[in-house]
Design a protein around this ligand. Sequence first.
Ligand SMILES: NC(=O)c1ccc[n+]([C@@H]2O[C@H](COP(=O)([O-])OP(=O)(O)OC[C@H]3O[C@@H](n4cnc5c(N)ncnc54)[C@H](O)[C@@H]3O)[C@@H](O)[C@H]2O)c1
Length: 344
Amino acid sequence: MTPFLVIRQSSDYPVYVERGALDRVGEAVRPRGRVFVITSHALRERFGMRVARSFRDAEILTIEEGEANKTLATANDVVTQLLDRGARRDAMAVVVGGGMLGDTAGFAASIYLRGIDLVHVPTTLLAQVDSSIGGKLAVNHEKGKNLIGSFYPPRAVVSDLEVLDTLPPRERLSGLYEALKGGVIGDPLLFERFEGDAFDLDAVVRAAIRVKAEIVSADEREADLRRLLNYGHTIAHGIEAALHYEGLTHGEAVAWGMIGANAIAVRRGLLARDEAARIERAIRKYEPSPLPKLDRRDILAATEHDKKNTGTARVMVFPRKVGECVVVSDVTEDEIAYGIDAIL
Ligand SMILES: NC(=O)c1ccc[n+]([C@@H]2O[C@H](COP(=O)([O-])OP(=O)(O)OC[C@H]3O[C@@H](n4cnc5c(N)ncnc54)[C@H](O)[C@@H]3O)[C@@H](O)[C@H]2O)c1
């Protein structure tokens, strides 16, 4: 297989994007020792076995899925299973699944014997365009999401576009909004794909991977540029926390968060009203679940814990136009309240 692109980080790694790639993972990567395919019970037969068969002698481990299981305990379960099977430093972990599996089993691989080779085989749209790209891994702590983790570039990412055919509609939508976000922050043509009538998912996935790959290649450890990826996320995190992570997918929360951020950007004079309306039209076209009845104060309070806030300054990302965003670090609480009111 030929890589679609190569991500330049502390170690470079190729991203393969092809239909039918599941059966060719073993061709794309070169293991040094034993291969452990790590997946869930639900995905084992459909995807895990195919990936395992693409290697000569891969073994399969399974863990529990679900955001509630994205914990140190589950990562420890992976470590225990690897120890039980006698995996050595030269072992390779090939993680097959969505972002939950990628984060949890990936994190386990990053700490097992101080780190073994890791390959991501993302099977959700969100994992293909977002979580598998960039080398960030994290599990949740009872005090908050994604508080324990590492920066750990994989050896490769192998995305099979065919697996997206079986994705439940809301999981698909969740990834779609992260891809649309990529268009607003860095690729007007990608954005236009969401406006047009003939929607080409394969092309959207490729373009969205490209936007994220360019950003994380220039900024591996979230210094500055990478903050652009947080467009829509300040208010989204507030919504998700206020909803106790139920009712809306992450991508849908980001969809509402983008509309809220745009309202602030218009008020600041950064974004033309027409352009904001254009972005909102594209977002609504894919029909995000309606925002449940929430108290503005609950959303606002939850945005306080946003990881992007350094000290007391409130950092947000605003579009200037489709394809160009800026990071602004003096956003007031009042402004965020205004953005929240715009969507409630
Ligand atoms: N590390 C990062 O940079 C990063 C970035 C964004 C998100 N994330 C994390 O990703 C997680 C969300 O990932 P997700 O949206 O992929 O959800 P998920 O991993 O929880 O998967 C959602 C569901 O889809 C099912 N599924 C997976 N592939 C399928 C397929 N092809 N067909 C049918 N069903 C399939 C799974 O079994 C699961 O039930 C969150 O924990 C989030 O924090 C991480």
